[in-house]
Write a new protein. Structure first.
Length: 73
């Protein structure tokens, strides 16, 4: 059984992983020059999928740690 400290550590790690995925996506976009070709589009799709997966993991782990919110509006 997980302790609250374990859940918070999972949330912290998932948040760090999500931040890393976002940095990789930003670095890729910053390096684009001109119209993207097929290889750039493939790389973007891969990076975008990683970011979306990391975001979902972050949200789930934060919710498990008691930080879930229905809406921020």
């Amino acid at each position: 059984m997980s302790t609250p400290a374990d859940e918070l550590e999972r949330a912290r790690a998932a948040t760090a992983n999500h931040a890393s995925a976002l940095r990789d996506l930003e670095r890729f976009l910053a390096g684009l020059r001109g119209v993207p070709g097929p290889s750039e589009i493939t790389e973007y799709a891969t990076l975008q999928a990683r970011e979306e997966e990391a975001r979902a993991d972050r949200l789930a782990s934060c919710t498990a740690a008691g930080l879930g919110v229905d809406s921020v509006q």
